[in-house]
Design a protein around this ligand. Structure first.
Ligand code: ADP
Ligand code: MG
Length: 447
């Protein structure tokens, strides 16, 4: 194990690290920091909760000069994550005089313009709002030396890649750039070569999406029984809980149910005002709320160490989302539990995810003696419909007429959807490019 002081970081940064109580560098930090400091591009893949933020933040801080203009740029897919990353960099930067400004949709321009006027060396941004600033000239990228894409597989998928290209074209060619995610599909690795210069790849757990340290289980139940079971599982938990739902409506309904049962729950979904989103997130982070009910907007990057249980109230519609969702617990080597509720109609989706879980997975139906009786037509449909959708395996079809085969895009498992783009960091539908309809985050756009 390497100590931070052996990584070539200056004393001001080290003081910040000591204040946070960090002692030894985590593996991804130990791997990435020295390489970034030599000026080489990096691709960093490591488990959820393994300290990727500090890996890029510390190297960036070491290389950036105070009062020398905007030199560092970090981009993230959601507002909450941008806010979190900026907060973390500020903690590391406490003794360095380096200033961080966060730029994201849904917040008044004035606040951001004021902050930019006061001077910044690092910008943490969601792409849409950053482009607004670039177009009005309130941010310039000509002095940028360090660029990071966090949750890079999301950032380079169909919904964001044009924005990212636009932004990168405005930055100097001579720059150190790095990409991070717990999931790094090969097509994204290939695409990254367009943006990176001979990167050093650190794929620390690339074959292992197991969700280390997370006690994973599933329960097959009727959709209408989910709430009853949710209460049963949440009741004994001493710690915080995140409940992931598939749509904004279900998120709201589940939060309402929890309120009725006198639970201290907050919700986050893409149609809420930014003010309410931040209020909800603030309450959850500070421990004033015990339960966060959310769409996948909270599935990426959010770090709340007290989260002991993640409940997938609905099965996610892509495997990647499953691993990111459950990765909201068991942060930084802690323990945590993840339970997935599988309604009969999501058995097909669940079987696809299950195949990728290379860790012990508890069958709660067996354990709790809960019988299931899956209607015959569903049994027949259970074999996979991903990658090519419903036409595979003999062309079963579903009577309900939902488009794209069970709400999934026909374009394959990754990165495409016919749905409306309602990505959260883009002002909840107000931005002109909100309706391009090509984004997916893997198929469904109901954040
Ligand atoms: P990732 O981006 O890999 O999911 P984060 O960067 O959010 O993970 O870090 C997860 C948690 O681990 C955070 O709460 C962070 O403060 C903590 N952490 C990061 N590095 C260290 C370290 N070297 N020692 C102790 N805790 C750390
Ligand atoms: Mg992260």
């Amino acid at each position: 194990m390497t100590k931070f002081k052996d990584l070539g970081l200056n004393d001001d940064i080290l003081k910040g690290i000591v204040d946070l109580g960090f002692d030894e560098a985590f593996p991804i930090q130990e791997a990435v920091i020295p390489v970034l400091l030599t000026g080489r591009d990096v691709v960093g893949q490591a488990h959820t909760g393994s300290g990727k933020t500090a890996a890029f933040a510390l190297a960036m801080l070491q290389e950036i000069q105070p009062r020398n203009g905007i030199q560092g740029l970090v981009m993230a897919p959601t507002r909450e994550l941008a806010i979190q990353i900026a907060g973390e960099i500020r903690k590391f930067a406490k003794y360095t005089k380096i200033k961080v400004v966060t730029v994201y949709g849904g917040q008044g321009m004035g606040i951001q313009l004021d902050a930019l006027h006061r001077g910044a060396e690092i910008i943490v941004a969601t792409p849409g709002r950053l482009i607004d600033h670039l177009k009005r000239g309130s941010i310039e990228l000509r002095d940028i030396t360090h660029i990071v894409l966090d949750e890079a597989d999301t950032m380079l998928d169909m919904g964001f890649v044009d924005d990212i290209s636009f932004i990168l074209d405005l930055a100097p060619e001579e720059r150190v750039m790095s990409l991070y995610s717990a999931t790094m599909p090969t097509e994204i690795l290939r695409l990254s070569e367009e943006y990176l210069n001979n990167p050093k790849q650190f794929l620390l757990d690339s074959d292992d999406l197991s969700g280390e340290g997370i006690d994973q289980s599933f329960l097959v139940i009727k959709d209408r029984d989910k709430f009853k079971y949710l209460i049963d599982f949440v009741k004994p938990i001493k710690g915080q809980v995140i409940v992931f739902c598939s749509t904004k409506y279900r998120t709201r309904d589940v939060a309402k149910f929890l309120h009725q049962e006198k639970y201290n729950a907050v919700a986050i979904e893409g149609d809420m005002s930014q003010h309410r989103r931040e209020q909800a997130m603030g309450k959850f982070r500070s421990g004033k709320a015990d339960i966060l009910v959310a769409t996948d907007v909270a599935s990426r990057g959010i770090d709340v160490p007290r989260v002991k249980l993640v409940v997938n109230y609905d099965v996610p519609n892509v495997e990647m989302a499953y691993f990111h969702r459950i990765g909201r617990t068991a942060r930084a080597g802690a323990e945590g539990r993840a339970i997935t509720f599988v309604s009969y109609s999501s058995l097909g989706d669940w079987n696809l995810i299950k195949r990728q879980i290379h860790a012990p997975l508890k069958d709660l139906n067996q354990e709790m003696g809960i019988q299931i009786s899956i209607p015959d037509p569903l049994k027949r449909q259970m074999p996979s419909r991903r990658y090519g959708g419903q036409s595979r395996g003999g062309g079963y079809s579903r009577g309900g007429g939902r488009s794209g085969g069970y709400g999934r895009s026909g374009g394959g498992g990754y990165g495409r959807s016919g749905g409306r783009n309602s990505r959260d960091d883009r002002g909840g539908g107000r931005r002109r490019d909100d309706d391009k309809g090509k984004n997916s985050y893997g198929g469904r756009s109901k954040w």
